[in-house]
Design a protein. Structure first.
Length: 255
C-alpha cells in the first residue's frame, strides 16, 4: 500500500487521523491492506499538519481555536549585596522591591490589532494591568509566547496570586523558545536570532537598563517617556512572536 493510497484512505475516513500509526496499520490489515509502519507515520504527520495549518491560517475566517499572543515586561530588582559577579548569592530577605509587571502587549492570532497596557505608573502598581489582561487571557484556548513556560506564564500566575485574581489554568501554552529548541538546530534560540534566521523584522530596540531605571526611579517626565518606549518595544515583541509562530509551524507537529 503506497503513501498516496494511505492518504486517500484517510481523506475518505478522516476519523482515523486520531489514531496512532500502529493502530492505523492494524485497522488497515483487517481491511486487507498491508502498509509499512513508517509510511503510515509520515502520512499521519503530513495530514495532521495540513489540518492544523488550515484551521489557523484560513484567511477567510478566524481560527476556531482562540489563540492569544502575548508578552510582558517586568521590573528590575533592587537588593542589598556585598559583592557582584556570577557567584554572588542574594538572599530573598535582601531584596528591596517586590517584582511587578510594567506592561503587557497582546493580540489574538490572525487579528491585526495589538493591545498594550502599562501599570499604574504613578503608584507603580500592576493590579489593574493584571486584572484587565486576565479578562482576555482567560478566554483563550492557548497562548503563544517566547520562553513563556519559564517566564511570562509564571509571571501571570504570580501576579494573579498576589492580587487574588482568577486564572484559567486550562489555557494551553505554545512556547516558541521550546519549539525552536525541539525542532531546529540553531546556535541561539533567542527571539532576535530566530527572527534574523527566518528573515523577519526584528523587534524594536531600546535604551537598555536605563529605560527600566527611568521608568521605576526617574523623574515623572523621564518615567513617562521611558514607559512610552517600553510600550513600543512590547508591541514589537508581539508582531515578531506571531511571525515566528507561523514560520515554526511549518516544521513542527501540532501541539
Amino acid at each position: 500500500m503506497t503513501a498516496k493510497q494511505i492518504k486517500n484512505f484517510l481523506k475518505e475516513k478522516p476519523g482515523y487521523l486520531k489514531e496512532g500509526s500502529k493502530r492505523l496499520v492494524k485497522h488497515l490489515n483487517k481491511k486487507g491492506f498491508y502498509p509499512q509502519l513508517s509510511a503510515c507515520k509520515e502520512v499521519l504527520k503530513e495530514l495532521r499538519r495540513e489540518e492544523y495549518k488550515s484551521m489557523l491560517e484560513n484567511s477567510n475566517s478566524k481560527p476556531k481555536t482562540k489563540i492569544l499572543v502575548y508578552d510582558i515586561e517586568t521590573t528590575l530588582n533592587r537588593t542589598y549585596t556585598f559583592w557582584s559577579g556570577k557567584k554572588g548569592y542574594i538572599n530573598g530577605n535582601d531584596l528591596i522591591d517586590e517584582s511587578k509587571m510594567i506592561s503587557i502587549a497582546w493580540k489574538w492570532l490572525g487579528d491585526k490589532d495589538i493591545t498594550s497596557m502599562p501599570w499604574d505608573n504613578k503608584l507603580k502598581c500592576d493590579e489593574e494591568l493584571t486584572r484587565v489582561f486576565l479578562e482576555e487571557y482567560n478566554k483563550a484556548d492557548a497562548v503563544v509566547t517566547i520562553n513563556g513556560n519559564s517566564f511570562d506564564n509564571k509571571w501571570i500566575n504570580t501576579r494573579a496570586a498576589k492580587h487574588r485574581l482568577f486564572v484559567n489554568t486550562y489555557v494551553k501554552s505554545i512556547d516558541m523558545y521550546r519549539m525552536s529548541k525541539k525542532y531546529l538546530k540553531l546556535p541561539s534560540h533567542s527571539m532576535k536570532y530566530i527572527a534574523k534566521f527566518f528573515g523577519l523584522s526584528l523587534k524594536k530596540g531600546h535604551a537598555g537598563l536605563q529605560m527600566w531605571k527611568d521608568i521605576q526611579w526617574g523623574t515623572p517626565k523621564e518615567s513617562a517617556l521611558a514607559l512610552e518606549d517600553m510600550l513600543d518595544y512590547n508591541i514589537g515583541d508581539i508582531q515578531a512572536t506571531e511571525d515566528i509562530y507561523y514560520r515554526l509551524l511549518e516544521f513542527t507537529t501540532p501541539q
